[in-house]
Design a protein around this ligand. Sequence first.
Ligand SMILES: Nc1ncnc2c1ncn2[C@@H]1O[C@H](COP(=O)(O)OP(=O)(O)O)[C@@H](O)[C@H]1O
Ligand SMILES: [Mg+2]
Length: 220
Amino acid sequence: MVILHGVSKHYPQRRRPALDDVSLHVPPGQFLFLTGPSGAGKTTFLRLLFGAALPSAGTIRVGGADLGRLSPRQIPRLRRKLGVIFQDFKLMPRLSVFENVALALRVAGVKSRDLVERVERALRQVGLDHLAEAQADSLSGGEQQRAAIARALAHQPALILADEPSGNLDPRNALEVMKLLVAAHARGATVILATHDPALLDMVHGARVAKLEAGRLEES
Ligand SMILES: Nc1ncnc2c1ncn2[C@@H]1O[C@H](COP(=O)(O)OP(=O)(O)O)[C@@H](O)[C@H]1O
Ligand SMILES: [Mg+2]
């Protein structure tokens, strides 16, 4: 599903690379925790996978596509295979919960006649059907993250990338978020979850753990 080979990322004006010669193979259906302290390169790693940044060296394949050879026109096609979840939710604040999810489905190419049903199903899955018409920024943090998960999962992506998805939440909501990701994994998705929080690792049985330390990857 994801193959990195000799990937490094240097930011301008930074002496040390954010990622240093990282190689990794994530087969389809795996749940991978990407751990490591703040500043270790976790966000950089995920940003490379969804095409938000380019590596300085090395090759990255996601779902069979070589990211180094993607034309700008092919990036939307890559994103359709992906569901991305952020620590700070990144909902469109003035749109309703329904509209946030519908927008993502439209971008993913879902036809209008299927749209309402697909949005409703995604919102039921995260337990937010009763808040479909609420404006996104009126929701609590836990509700916003569940809306963001509905948005990320509604098009049934093969690969889910989550960057500290429970980082802004209290323990109860954090557990809820983890349960939703575990459920998506059980339905067949590959999941890569970046976290600095070791407490999350116990929540997923059989998950693989890889650790970044100052840009270098080691398996544990
Ligand atoms: N846009 C950027 N420009 C310059 N340096 C960056 C940028 N993004 C991240 N970095 C640096 O790269 C390193 C890794 O950061 P990051 O990937 O955010 O780590 P993590 O998510 O593990 O906290 C840090 O030293 C950080 O300061
Ligand atoms: Mg980060």
